[in-house]
Structure formats: structure tokens, C-alpha cells
Design a protein around this ligand. Structure first.
Ligand code: NAD
Length: 448
């Protein structure tokens, strides 16, 4: 769908009128496309600050250099990394209002701020300080969003803070244009499996087999394209009614199409069969993307509306995973991502079925990630906010317009924004992120 306000606010003739009318003035976001680059941050003026005692400074410096970031001391800054892992008392938070504030004032439009706080802060004051950084990050994100900029937070245990290998993937994502629609988020990094940089000849996912359900359009198609751009062989799955779009996408990506209703009793078995071929052996990346809405207030909701949403969004995911596990179809170090929703975090009137199913996925990935940890498999959820797809295109106009604007960036996201978050979680060096839910919502005010 076209976002007319975004166009008007960024056109020299109409921008003054938008301003005069007091309307939101969303900025055109800087976005990256295509495969990961070995030097993902090349040419980005990046300042690394560390409050006294910072544990991550040396590792961050090494990782940023590895990613080609251009070390800067003054603005305009395209990325600003602030290591606050050394905060020992709440008084140390004054660093945010001093040194950090001065640097934040030098950020370019569309810049990235990434804050780092301790995940295992010793003592009550240090713990309060670490949590204060989260409140600071979320408030800052709302301030800088007006300029198309973002602010996010990583919680790091000491073990991770001192290891460049554990930080590279997260820095590449949060400091680059790939995280254009991710803001105000806090992610926890665990020690990874020390997998080297995933960016190799042929792409980060070269030689990997990916399965994307609901791939015929919207977020699923963008995800299939994104994974293929980094070399994955993609099995594109969607309902038989979507066969034409599915086949054309699979042909475009040199992948495979599988017309399959994921609620079918033998859906898991069909996925095992389709990924155990001469060309593929097991699944390395599994994206449970297919999902539906059947909106109605609870008292008016029919049995069919309740059950269809539960079956597609939740039951099918669990059943397929059971079948894949029984067949040993997920390869070691595989990556699994479920599409949740901010509706599953904030709740939405008229979506008791949908919100329940999406919240369930958040709990599901938490529990499943523990079960699969020993094999190096990560399981995460991505929770999109308002993304411009057929699903949101079907919303009534006024609700659609509100959904678009109620976030720090005053606009909807693109399917590619969600695909980038999924690609980040699918990277080999994202092995330290598991059991978590990453919102791709422009810091939606819903459930904030
Ligand atoms: P979409 O409606 O554009 O695409 C969903 C795809 O899933 C369709 O191609 C559809 O045919 C397929 N599908 C539906 N039922 C299926 C089944 N039984 N078997 C196989 N395929 C099936 O939706 P989208 O906006 O791209 O959303 C993708 C995912 O992201 C969904 O899980 C959705 O709930 C979630 N999500 C989307 C938004 C958004 O703003 N668009 C926000 C939050 C979450």
C-alpha cells in the first residue's frame, strides 16, 4: 500500500504544508538490501564510547573494525555504540547525561544508537543501573525516531562482552541500515558457539536449506528472497490456491515450491520428504511465517474463526516441529524463527484468537530454545508491528492509518524490514540469541 503522508512529508512542495497542519512527518528510512557484506559497516562514521569499567570496549572496537566501520570522533555520526557494561552505581548513569548526550547530539539523520548494558551486573545498584539503560534507550528511541534514527540495547553477560566473535552479528545488524524498522528494543546475547563470521563467498547462507511457510506473498516472499540473496536454497511453501505465485517465486530464486496447507495432518512428513533429496539434506533455516487473521470480538467470534486461527498460527507450527524432530530433520546449528506479532504482546480488540496464538508462539520459542540448545539450534520469534502487506491492506482505512502512525518512526514497516531481522537471527554468528522475541515495529506504542 502507498503511504501518501510519507510521500507528502518528503516532497519539497508539500512538506511545508504537512508541517503547518501539524501532521506527523515521517522520514524516508535508509534501508539495505541484498546479501550481507563482509564489511557491513564500511564508510559508516562510528563512534564507540565506553563508560568507566566498560567490559565490551575492546571486543566492540575489534568487531567494528572487522565490519569496516570508519572510526569517528565527531559528527555527523552514522552509528554510536555506548558501552555501559561497567556501570557500578546509579551515579554512574550521569555518563548518559554528559559524554553520551554530547555524542547523541552529533548524530546524522537515520543514525543508529546501540547501547550495551550488563546482563549479570553484580549488586543491587549495578542491576538498577543496567535496567535504567533500558528505560533510557526506549525514551531516546522515541526522541530520535522523528529523524528516522533508532536506538536499541544489548544486554551482555561478561563472557560475551569480552568476545568480538559474539558481538559481530549483532553489531552488523543494529549499527547498519538493515535494522531500519527496529527501535527501542532490548535483546540479550548469550555466549555463542564461537561460529566465525558467516559472510563467505556465495553468501552467509550458501549451502544451507531454508524452509519458509506462507512464502507466496508479503513477509514470507520477502524472507524467501532475502535468504536466497545470501545463497540459501529455499523451499517456498504455501496453500495450493497460491500455487502460481509460489511457483514463480521459486523459479525466480532457483528454489523449490511446495503447495501445502500447513494444517494438513502429513504437513511435517511432506516437509521432511521435500528437504531430503539428492540436492538437500535436512533443514538449516526454518521460518514459520504462514499466518491468518479472522477478526471478531470474542462474543461474536464463531467456532470456525477461533479454530482456523489457532490451527494455522499455532497448532500447525507445533505439529510440524514435532514431525521434524521425530525425523531428525533439523540440522545441527539450525535456525528457527516463528512469526509472532505485537498483537501477541499488547493484545488487540477483535483479535482474541490471533493475539492468543501469537503470544503462544512467544512462550513456545522460549521453551523450545532450551530443548534444542544442546544441538546449537536457536529458536526465536520476530514480532512485526504494522507492516505494509496484503494482511494490513485489508484493514479498514482509519484503523490502517492509526496503525501506521502509532510508532516512533510514524510509518509502517516494509516486508523487507522483517526479512532483515529474520536474516540476522539466521546468521551463524547469531548463535547467542535464542528463546527471544525481536520486535520489528518501529517502536510501536502498542505494548511498548
Ligand atoms: P499475508 O497474508 O500477506 O501472507 C501470509 C501467507 O500465509 C499467505 O501467502 C497465505 O496464503 C499463507 N498461508 C495462510 N494459511 C496457510 C496455510 N494453512 N498453509 C500454508 N500457507 C498459508 O501475511 P503477512 O502480512 O505477510 O504476514 C506474515 C506473518 O507475519 C503472519 O504470520 C502474520 O500473522 C505475521 N504478522 C504480520 C503483520 C503485518 O503487519 N503484516 C504484523 C504482525 C505479524
Amino acid at each position: 500500500m502507498t503511504d501518501t503522508l510519507l510521500q507528502l512529508a518528503n516532497h519539497p512542495f508539500s512538506a511545508p504544508l504537512v508541517r503547518a497542519l501539524g501532521l506527523p512527518q515521517p522520514k524516508v528510512l535508509r534501508r539495505s538490501q541484498g546479501a550481507f557484506l563482509p564489511k557491513e559497516l564500511a564508510g559508516r562514521a562510528t563512534l564507540l564510547l565506553a563508560a568507566p569499567g566498560g567490559l565490551a570496549e575492546a571486543a566492540c572496537r575489534a568487531a567494528l573494525a572487522d565490519l569496516g566501520a570508519q572510526a569517528a570522533t565527531t559528527g555527523p555520526l552514522h552509528a554510536l555504540v555506548i558501552d555501559l557494561t561497567g556501570l557500578a552505581s546509579v551515579d554512574d548513569l550521569n555518563y548518559l547525561h554528559g559524554t553520551a548526550r554530547a555524542a547523541i547530539g552529533q548524530m546524522a539523520a537515520g543514525a543508529r544508537v546501540l547501547l550495551l548494558a550488563s546482563a549479570d551486573a553484580p549488586g543491587v545498584e549495578a542491576a538498577a543501573g543496567a535496567r535504567a539503560v533500558e528505560g533510557f534507550t526506549r525514551a531516546l528511541a522515541k526522541e530520535v525516531g522523528r529523524r528516522g534514527a533508532t536506538a536499541n540495547l544489548l544486554y551482555l553477560p561478561a563472557e560475551v562482552a569480552s568476545s568480538a566473535a559474539n558481538l559481530t552479528g549483532a553489531l552488523a545488524f543494529f549499527c547498519s541500515d538493515r535494522s531500519a524498522y527496529v527501535s527501542g528494543q532490548a535483546l540479550r546475547l548469550q555466549p555463542g558457539r564461537g561460529l566465525a563470521s558467516p559472510v563467505q563467498p556465495g553468501g552467509a547462507f550458501a549451502g544451507k536449506t531454508a524452509v519458509v511457510t506462507g512464502a507466496a506473498g508479503g513477509i514470507g516472499a520477502a524472507t524467501a528472497r532475502r535468504l536466497a540473496a545470501d545463497g540459501a536454497h529455499v523451499l517456498c511453501v504455501d496453500v495450493p490456491q497460491a500455487q502460481a505465485a509460489l511457483s514463480s517465486l521459486a523459479a525466480e530464486l532457483n528454489g523449490q515450491a511446495l503447495a501445502l496447507d500447513i494444517t494438513a495432518a502429513d504437513a511435517g512428513a511432506q516437509l521432511v520428504a521435500a528437504t531430503t533429496t539428492a540436492a538437500t539434506s535436512g533443514i538449516d533455516i526454518l521460518i514459520h511465517n504462514a499466518g491468518i487473521t479472522r477478526d471478531r470480538t470474542l462474543q461474536r467470534m464463531s467456532d470456525a474463526e477461533w479454530h482456523s486461527v489457532m490451527n494455522v498460527n499455532l497448532r500447525a507450527v507445533i505439529n510440524i516441529d514435532r514431525a521434524l524432530d521425530a525425523a531428525g530433520a533439523l540440522n545441527a546449528n539450525a535456525r528457527e524463527v516463528c512469526l509472532a506479532s505485537i498483537s501477541g504482546i499488547a493484545g488487540n480488540a477483535g483479535q482474541t484468537n490471533y493475539s492468543a496464538s501469537k503470544a503462544a508462539l512467544i512462550g513456545y520459542v522460549q521453551a523450545r530454545s532450551v530443548a534444542l540448545q544442546a544441538r546449537g539450534i536457536t529458536v526465536n520469534a520476530v514480532a512485526p508491528g504494522f507492516i505494509e502487506t496484503a494482511m494490513t491492506g485489508r484493514m479498514p482505512m482509519m484503523i490502517r492509518e492509526a496503525g501506521r502512525r502509532l510508532n516512533a518512526l510514524s510509518q509502517g514497516g516494509q516486508p523487507g524490514d522483517v526479512a532483515e531481522a529474520i536474516a540476522f537471527l539466521a546468521r551463524g554468528d547469531a548463535s547467542g540469541v535464542s528463546g527471544q522475541t525481536l520486535r520489528v515495529c518501529g517502536q510501536s506504542l502498542l505494548g511498548a
